[in-house]
Design a protein around this ligand. Structure first.
Ligand SMILES: [Zn+2]
Ligand SMILES: [Zn+2]
Length: 292
């Protein structure tokens, strides 16, 4: 079966004569059929151990922040630091999401699996809701453990730093769960989650919906989405894309309209039965209709 040359190959984008050829072949990702109740979506004990390790890292920061606050009678500063950590996590999630959506491919060292996962998410957005909890979070839990635990061990005596770390690491680790909730119908979510989404504390469906609609280059932040408006209105990512292009000659995927790998596969989605079809309808239309 012919394989689509990856859209990261900029020679494709620069030559319009190649566009038809690219559209005539079946993208590689279509070689993998969607299987619900797929064992690949289930959590393993290894996944659960990594999520437990990530949670331990977060709790370590939180505990040290509280103990340090009691000891130093500092309360306002660690709480403010926690709020800054929450904002930082949303911004960081946007930068990371933008990077993996636009650059690299499955063979990219360290990030190849994440790039492929985000590609699949754009192709079949609803599949994100099929993953079990630890299956979905174990990769980011591992990253949180390696990135934050050493800093926690060094700065455990500083309650302000620990307040920031607890909030930032917690929001980063659970960002994928917040993202998942933004793809679930409200009547299937716990009421507390819906309330937090409505209050814009967590990523709302309407905010994330614009990310899955053309031109596929907006609303990258997936913790609260609080940065999305600022980043989109000021064309921050578009400016970064220009910098990357002029410095390295690499075009982001969001500039391309020819690669079906990242466009939602409605044909396959429509074969998934009524429950999944309901999700697809939500993805395709409810976001648009939800008041912004
Ligand atoms: Zn994306
Ligand atoms: Zn999404």
């Amino acid at each position: 079966m012919p394989i689509l040359a990856h859209h990261h190959d900029t020679s494709i984008h620069r030559n319009n004569d190649n566009h038809k050829d690219c559209l005539d072949v079946i993208p590689k990702i279509c070689d993998t059929p969607i299987k619900y109740d797929n064992p690949n979506y289930k959590s393993t004990w290894s996944h659960r151990v990594w999520v437990a390790t990530g949670c331990t890292t977060i709790l370590f920061s939180l505990t040290n922040s509280i103990i340090g606050s009691i000891g130093s009678h500092l309360w306002l500063e660690p709480i403010l630091a926690g709020f800054v950590g929450y904002l930082f996590a949303d911004l960081g999630s946007g930068v990371y999401h933008w990077a993996v959506d636009n650059y690299g491919d499955e063979s990219t060292p360290l990030f190849g699996m994440q790039i492929d996962a985000f590609k699949r998410h754009h192709k079949w957005p609803v599949v994100i809701t099929e993953h079990q909890f630890a299956n979905h979070l174990h990769v980011i839990a591992r990253a949180v453990t390696f990135a934050f635990l050493p800093i926690n061990l060094i700065f455990h005596d500083y309650p302000i730093v620990m307040g920031f770390m607890a909030s930032a690491s917690g929001c980063i680790m659970f960002s994928m769960q917040f993202h998942c909730w933004a793809h679930v119908a409200k009547n299937k979510l716990p009421s507390i989650v819906v309330a937090l989404q409505d209050a814009r504390v967590l990523l709302s469906r309407s905010q994330h919906g614009t990310h899955h609609l053309p031109p596929y280059g907006k609303s990258y932040c997936i913790v609260s989405g609080v940065w999305n408006k600022f980043l989109d209105e000021n064309k921050v990512f578009e400016s970064l894309e220009m910098v990357v292009f002029f410095m390295f000659g690499v075009e982001p995927r969001s500039w391309s309209e020819i690669d079906s790998n990242w466009i939602q596969d409605k044909q396959i989605s429509n074969k998934l039965g009524s429950r999944r079809l309901n999700h697809i309808i939500i993805t395709k239309t409810a976001y648009i209709n939800t008041p912004k």
